[in-house]
Ligand binder design. Structure first.
Ligand code: UDP
Length: 235
């Protein structure tokens, strides 16, 4: 089936929601809600995958206190649900209609992931936030974003970065010679080990013809602009 160019999946890292010691920062939430509204006004259906890195990352705890990696990862997945609930209430306060769809069932607090249902929400103009990652340890929310974008037939996966406006040849905070890359293939991202998303997510997009656009959180609604951000082609 051909991908729907008017359907977009945006991956927000947990870290992008936080500022210093604050787990959430209102200016960022407010700006993100506004950008999502702008994107919807251009006729797009908008789905989000949220990470959990501002609260918890499985690998930071795994191995400590006799906690096994899968246990730590489940705790990480729960952190993504917490973020999704915060985003839902905040976005609704800003006039968006939102549904949270979790890979791990918790019927008292959100819907369980059901692709058909998510499609219907999107078609009705609701923002769907996918929480709970893939529901499986050893994966990440980058991979979740690629998988959900593919299953829902999204035309683009947008990776919203905190503080950078695309993919750079090296970390611009550490290397003054780092330059921004406008277009690159997914294979080259993998070969050069560029930090765009984890390798599973990149190869999933490459193997299933899903382009990735890397943008800054501050300019989320410019993802369509050919002169902005970095386009990662599925080749
Ligand atoms: N996680 C997982 N499986 C998934 C998605 C996430 O086990 O499918 C866990 C993993 O421990 C990860 C944490 O949830 O560290 C938070 O997700 P992620 O690191 O992707 O969040 P981000 O860095 O994007 O905020």
């Amino acid at each position: 089936m051909e991908k729907d160019k008017k359907k977009v999946l945006i991956k927000l890292s947990g870290g992008a929601l936080s500022s210093g010691d604050d787990k959430y920062t209102e200016p960022t939430l407010k700006q993100t809600a506004e950008k999502i509204k702008n994107i919807q006004e251009k006729g797009f259906e908008v789905a989000l995958v949220v990470g959990g890195g501002n609260l918890f990352r499985g690998r930071d705890l795994a191995g400590n206190l006799s906690i096994r990696r899968p246990t730590a990862d489940y705790i990480g997945m729960l952190a993504t649900v917490q973020n999704a609930l915060v985003l839902r209430d905040y976005f609704e306060s800003q006039g968006l209609v939102v549904r949270v769809s979790s890979a791990i069932s918790m019927p008292q607090i959100c819907e369980s992931y059901m692709p058909q249902r998510a499609r219907r929400h999107l078609a009705k103009g609701r923002v769907v936030i996918f929480a709970g990652g893939t529901g499986m340890p050893y994966f990440t929310t980058d991979t979740t974003a690629a998988q959900r974008a593919l299953e829902l037939n999204c035309g683009t996966l947008v990776l919203a970065k905190d503080g950078v406006d695309g993919v750079y040849s090296a970390d611009p905070k550490l290397d003054s010679n780092a330059y921004k890359i406008d277009t690159i293939s997914a294979s080259e991202v993998l070969e050069r080990g560029l930090k765009v998303a984890d390798a599973t997510a990149i190869s999933l997009c490459r193997d299933n013809q899903l382009p990735i656009k890397v943008v800054s959180m501050n300019n989320l609604d410019k993802f369509e602009d050919d002169n902005y951000g970095t386009l990662v082609l599925p080749e």
